[in-house]
Design a protein around this ligand. Structure first.
Ligand code: UDP
Length: 405
């Protein structure tokens, strides 16, 4: 295939150039931008369709050579939460179609991200006729399986079930999610493709300076870093409870990066927990940090904690390990494959603060003795150009199948 592919990436609910770490904007944004850039470097043309969040947002952003971000305007929807967007999806579909006609764009591939975009992609495919591939990023069924108290909209469950059966391929980021989906779908579903995510190894690397802490070596308390949205699935509350169980002699601090701020409902709940445990002086709410500044944040940490009930991938784990920092994590997402106990981190049981406290204490001890370059080596193969190669081969396979049928 010599002709460059023109790819429509749909990310309706969450703008890839929104504030990462807040609301619904997280790893998917990093994935879209890195993937688009890496595909464009191989000569492909990428248009990312997303919602405009403010009336004065430029409708078209030339993000990089061959990468455009198209911010669709559907008046009145700017402040709606993602769960309220469903009824407006036909409007977004119309806006994409209008753009395509105006710009005489002829797409070879529709690649939808998250179920809401997949609903739009499914309808567009009916007129465009090109293969429709979906990366759900997270599926309702995985969340329900991970947390018994998690409730999901039945509409989402039904739509995901329908889309899984009728699209041309589904990209999943971990072997665990692929196996779960394969068992669920049997022979009825679309082809499943394992496409792991990556990390910018140039951006995230260890600092050469020594970072020893605590007990006679320095007066600095060890820093445990949590990075993530304040979504109950992320388990920030387990990290806070675990901190209170840690040996007070070394008085570690917990720094929470991301989230919608302590004023948000989720932030308030975490603050209340911190007060109830009497550990206000040891927990810092840093707020969101621009992704370009995240390396500095990792450099100030001794370990990273990832206590999620479920991760469809968990970029934070790769970023921490690439920065040479041990991770204490629950066995979900890429942690299952990337963490090697005693080498680069430890596992804790999901939702179990005592088990997490043990993993954090072990990881703190590991941080003092392990060479950061050994930790980094464990993720050296996860670069974005490899991800783009995998995605490109999924596109090529889908195009080939569509020509045969
Ligand atoms: N992130 C960021 N600034 C913040 C909080 C998070 O840049 O204030 C980034 C973080 O570095 C990571 C991504 O957001 O790249 C979160 O991805 P992950 O896969 O861990 O979680 P998701 O949000 O996709 O559930």
């Amino acid at each position: 295939m010599t002709e460059p592919l023109h790819i429509a990436l749909l990310a309706i609910h969450s703008s890839p150039i929104g504030t990462v770490g807040t609301g619904d904007t997280g790893g998917m944004s990093i994935y879209l931008l890195e993937l688009a850039r890496a595909l464009a470097n191989r000569g492909q043309k990428i248009d990312i369709f997303t919602r405009g969040l403010a009336p004065d947002d430029a409708p078209l952003v030339e993000y990089a050579a061959n990468v455009r971000i198209i911010r669709l305007r559907v008046p009145g929807t700017e402040r709606l939460s993602k769960s309220q967007l469903y009824n407006y999806l036909p409007d977004y579909q119309q806006e994409i179609e209008k753009f395509r006609r105006q710009h005489r764009a002829d797409y070879h591939i529709l690649h939808s991200n998250y179920w809401l975009s997949a609903v739009v992609g499914d309808r567009l495919q009916a007129t465009w006729g090109c293969p429709h591939l979906i990366a759900f990023h997270t599926l309702a069924m995985s969340k329900i399986a991970a947390r018994l108290d998690h409730s999901e909209d039945q509409l989402r469950v039904d739509e995901e079930g329908r889309l899984l059966a009728c699209c041309d391929g589904v990209m999943v980021a971990t072997a665990a999610d692929r196996d779960q989906l394969a068992a669920h779908l049997g022979t009825d579903g679309a082809p499943l493709h394992l496409v792991q995510l990556g990390v910018d190894l140039e951006h995230f690397k260890p600092v050469p300076a020594s970072k020893e802490y605590g007990l006679g070596k320095s007066h600095r308390p060890p820093v445990i870093l949590f990075v993530g949205r304040f979504d109950p699935m992320k388990g920030a509350d387990t990290a806070i409870t675990a901190l209170a169980l840690l040996d007070e002699e070394i008085e570690p601090e917990l720094h929470l990066v991301g989230g919608d701020g302590p004023e948000s409902e989720a932030g308030q709940r975490l603050l209340e927990l911190v007060s109830a445990l009497g550990i206000q002086s040891r927990v810092r709410f840093i707020g969101t940090v621009d992704h370009t500044r995240m390396p500095e944040i990792y450099h100030q940490a001794d370990i990273v904690v990832m206590p999620s009930y479920h991760e469809s991938f968990g970029l934070v784990v790769l970023e921490a390990l690439a920065s040479g920092i041990p991770v204490a994590a629950t066995p979900t997402g890429i942690a299952v494959e990337a963490i090697i106990p005693d080498i680069n981190g430890y596992f804790a049981t999901s939702g179990d603060a005592r088990s997490l406290a043990g993993a954090m204490a072990d990881a703190l001890a590991l941080a003092r003795r392990q060479d950061p370059l050994i930790i980094r080596r464990s993720v050296q193969s996860y670069d974005w150009s490899r991800v783009a190669d995998s995605v490109y081969s999924v596109y090529s396979g889908a195009l080939l199948r569509s020509k045969i049928h």
